[in-house]
Design a protein around this ligand. Structure first.
Ligand SMILES: Nc1ncnc2c1ncn2[C@@H]1O[C@H](COP(=O)(O)OP(=O)(O)OP(=O)(O)O)[C@@H](O)[C@H]1O
Ligand SMILES: [Mg+2]
Length: 263
């Protein structure tokens, strides 16, 4: 059997405030294969963003282990941790672009931090802007872009350091359905072209169905179900998976049927 590229073993994360403890991740076991597009779906507050923040080491875990590639991420020296963080690309729901910088300068920022030469920066940034198809807006500021265009810039910035994983935290949740599909198509294309492992965090069933091969269902800090997207959604076992599917497929239908407008 192949060794998974990302491996969570009994991951525990507990927030503490004053003398109270808030357990958020309660023993996560999960394996993600290299080159996969893996979805993690759950309702609000399930712990999805916390899990992602533990992977990119914005948060430290309280127990268990996370391995990404050859990095046992809780046991890295400061230089190793710096290198590791450069290898993790991340995109967010609210894009997190710098408003005072142009598109070009937003994408070049991570390269400036690591002191790349001007020539190298220009070549790499233009290459990425081509990949996400937004070269024509390179001198625009974020305030002059649509949501879908902003997310393309976010994706270009996330890829600029050649990461070995791309983490997406609700990257399409703020977009209209057409822009959302376009961004998911772009991610699928990048996965295929670069072989990049992508972890998609979402509370949207359609995102998982459209873009992911495998999925894990996160419910109150625990993985309650995992497997191939098709298998899970054809035969859901957990409360959360059943709720997602029912809300998605039946709620609107029944609501219209009640009004005598069955669809
Ligand atoms: N820094 C923190 N201190 C205390 N509690 C926190 C902190 N960050 C998150 N939490 C708590 O952890 C739980 C999970 O939060 P998280 O942001 O991971 O959820 P989520 O699944 O991403 O939700 P959403 O879909 O709304 O984004 C919540 O109850 C939240 O209040
Ligand atoms: Mg979240």
């Amino acid at each position: 059997m192949s060794v998974p590229f990302i491996e969570f073993k009994n991951v525990i994360k507990t927030f503490r405030q004053q003398d109270k403890e808030f357990p958020v991740l309660k023993g996560i076991d999960l394996s993600i294969e290299e080159g996969d597009i893996f979805g993690i779906i759950g309702f609000s507050g399930a712990g999805k963003s916390t899990l992602i923040r533990c992977v990119n080491r914005l948060e430290k875990i309280d127990g268990g282990s996370i391995r990404v590639g050859n990095y046992d991420i809780e046991n890295l020296s400061p230089p190793e941790l710096n290198l590791y963080k450069q290898k993790i690309g991340i995109i967010f729901q609210q894009f997190n672009l710098l408003d005072s910088r142009t598109v070009f300068k937003n994408v070049s920022f991570p390269l400036e931090i690591v002191n790349k030469s001007k020539k190298e920066i220009k070549e790499r940034v233009l290459e990425l802007l081509e990949l996400v198809d937004i070269v024509d807006k390179k001198d625009f500021y974020p305030g002059q872009l649509s949501g879908g265009q902003k997310q393309r810039v976010g994706i270009a910035r996330a890829l600029v350091n050649n990461p070995f994983v791309l983490l997406s935290d609700e990257a399409t949740s703020a977009l209209d359905p057409v822009s959302s599909l376009a961004v998911l198509d772009l991610l699928k294309n990048i996965n295929k072209k670069l072989g990049l492992t992508i972890v998609l965090i979402t509370h949207e069933l359609d995102v998982v169905k459209y873009a992911c091969n495998n999925v894990a269902i996160l419910e109150e800090g625990k993985i309650v179900e995992k497997g191939k997207v098709r298998d899970i959604f054809l035969n859901p076992k957990s409360k959360t998976a059943n709720l997602f599917i029912n809300i998605n497929e039946n709620f609107l239908r029944n609501d219209w049927a009640d009004k005598g407008e069955g669809i």
